[in-house]
Write a protein of this length. Structure first.
Length: 576
């Protein structure tokens, strides 16, 4: 029988041999899943290997560590987490930025209420003004005067720029070379409003004040840092002072220049400018004279003080009837009373001459000022305590709820620029007799010191009496509640008066002790004819010294002035 072969296509396909542990579900395994059966192993695989779906490896453990993490199942999860992270990060940063903006606005509002600025100024000019005033710390804290000077300089530049806030102001000497960004020329500001002038005056004076504090500093142009002159390394400073630990390294002399414009640049802006009031020019002249006095230029300071007196006198209708142009002694004239500016400038001139040793010229001016103040008419409506309250209610019969709502309303009302102080050209009016005047106490202290220092031996009682009267007036001013704004001045007068009183009594007691020692070494007849009187004088000065100490301790116990507790007793040195 002959067997015929069938075609290959008709042959039944042979079934693949099933492995011992292989189930029917293994054929449904996806190629995208990594399984040990899909890996290259030593044994032959029943299925073809797909290298683009799985990473080949020599062993199963390594292949499991290099498995694909971003699969179809976790891709959506990753996208969702990234979206949530981005969303909440955006929300958090938005709240943070809004909080910073709100905090900045609140801070600026507080600074604006503390140091108001004119509404005519632009935002950045007012911002520089507020930041500069905020940078000035109290006396017991450190003030970065370089930062203060920079902020005020930027504000001044904007106020003198016609394209920003200086529209309508013109320099009197155009084309002058700027000094550290400051135009040294004076400006004509007479077309500006009173609030703008007052703000501009404050900026100029604060620039001068900051310039005085950094007068001994230089600017390192290579790093833009301000250093004291005594740390600069260069030929002009052979022994430089080392910089403190943690500070920047000392600069080189060739990299340094003047840190700021000199103070006289700013004072002359007011003194030679157009549009300023008499009060502005007098304050600038007195500050400039004080700066010259500090620098040791006594003659120039005297001329500037005299310049201030001439400015005050030029504002009076008949200055020759009020003050002598040569000696600056005031004339008591009921028809033409002196102005507060005349009294202030004459007192400053006399104080300078007393400190300079020109007592013969200072004493007549002090006495004439005191007589002029006593001869001035009395003010029938002096300022009261209610004018110094922070919050006032228009209706005195209103309740506490109404006052509370007024306070809340003021928090949402923009602050207004305060009213300008008087010019000082009006006639002077003295305070009533029941209100102590500490300015008179200050004059009496000066007169008492001069009389005591120039008195011949045995005639010191007159100067001591002036000092004791001044202490009594200052003590009344401290204890009085009529003018709270003058309490600081009264405390300063009281402290100085008690120190002078104690120093005078100590000096007289020392002289009596020296005389008593000389008398005891003389003959018995000499002690009979004068020893008892000298002993009596010594005991009286000892009693008065104890009285001075009692007054000082009583004031300290009352808490009127804690500085009196540590006030040293001066011996033989008096202020002039």
């Amino acid at each position: 029988m002959v067997l015929t072969s069938r075609p290959p296509s008709l042959l039944r396909h042979l079934r693949t041999k099933r492995l011992p542990n292989q189930s029917n579900q293994s054929s449904l395994r996806l190629f995208t899943q990594k399984h040990p059966l899909l890996l290259i192993t030593r044994t032959s695989s029943p299925r073809p290997q797909l290298p683009y779906l799985s990473q080949p490896s020599r062993n199963v453990l390594a292949s499991r560590q290099t498995a694909r993490f971003l699969t179809t199942e976790n891709k959506n999860y990753v996208k969702e987490q990234v979206w949530l992270a981005a969303k909440w990060s955006a929300v958090g940063w938005s709240f943070f930025l809004l909080g910073v903006v709100a905090l900045y606005g609140i801070n600026q509002e507080v600074l604006e209420r503390k140091t108001p600025s004119p509404e005519e100024w632009s935002f950045f000019s007012r911002n520089h003004f507020r930041c500069a005033n905020a940078a000035v710390k109290p006396d017991h804290e450190y003030t970065d005067w370089a930062q203060v000077a920079t902020e005020f300089r930027r504000c001044l530049e904007r106020l003198e720029d016609e394209a920003i806030d200086g529209k309508g102001t013109t320099p009197l000497v155009p084309g002058m070379e700027h000094i550290r960004g400051i135009n040294p020329s004076a400006f004509d500001v007479q077309d500006k409003s009173a609030a703008w002038k007052e703000g501009y005056f404050q900026v100029v004076m604060n620039c001068a004040r900051a310039s005085e504090h950094i007068d001994n500093m230089v600017l390192d142009t290579s790093r833009g840092i301000v250093f004291p002159k005594d740390v600069v390394i260069g030929p002009s400073n052979p022994s430089p002072r080392p910089c403190p630990p943690g500070a920047e390294s000392a600069p080189r002399e060739e990299d340094c220049e003047q840190a700021y414009a000199p103070p006289e640049t700013f004072y002359l802006k007011v003194l030679t400018g157009v549009g300023f009031s008499t009060r502005h020019r007098i304050q600038a002249a007195l500050a400039y004279a004080n700066w010259l006095e500090i620098k040791g230029l006594s003659d120039s300071a005297d001329e500037t003080y005299k310049w201030a007196v001439d400015i005050a006198a030029s504002a009076l209708p008949a200055p020759e009837q009020v003050i002598d142009a040569e000696s600056s002694i005031l004339r008591v004239n009921e028809v033409t009373p002196p102005s507060p500016n005349i009294l202030t400038t004459a007192t400053a001139l006399a104080t300078h001459r007393a400190r300079s040793g020109n007592i013969t010229s200072a004493l007549p001016i002090f006495l004439s000022v005191l007589r002029a103040r006593h001869a001035a008419p009395v003010d029938i409506a002096p300022p009261s305590r209610s004018e110094y309250r922070d919050f006032t209610v228009s209706d005195p019969t209103s309740t506490d709820i109404g006052a509370f709502f007024n306070i809340v309303k003021s928090l949402f009302t923009p602050p207004t620029y305060p009213s300008l102080p008087p010019s000082g050209d009006e006639p002077f009016l003295r305070l009533p007799a029941n209100i102590p005047d500490c300015t008179e106490a200050e004059l009496m202290l000066y007169i008492g010191e001069i009389l005591f220092a120039t008195a011949i031996p045995g005639r010191e009682d007159e100067g001591l009496g002036w000092t004791k009267n001044a202490v009594a007036i200052a003590e009344q001013g401290v204890a009085s509640d009529a003018l709270p704004a003058n309490k600081n001045k009264c405390r300063a007068c009281l402290e100085t008066g008690i120190a002078n009183w104690g120093a005078m009594v100590t000096k007289l007691l020392r002289e009596e002790t020296t005389k008593g020692t000389t008398t005891s070494s003389s003959s018995l007849w000499g002690s009979w004819f004068g020893g008892s009187d000298k002993q009596q004088n010594k005991m009286s000065w000892e009693d008065e010294l104890r009285a001075v100490e009692e007054v000082r301790m009583n004031l300290v116990a009352q808490g009127i002035n804690n500085k009196l507790a540590a006030a040293p007793q001066r011996t033989g040195t008096f202020i002039g």
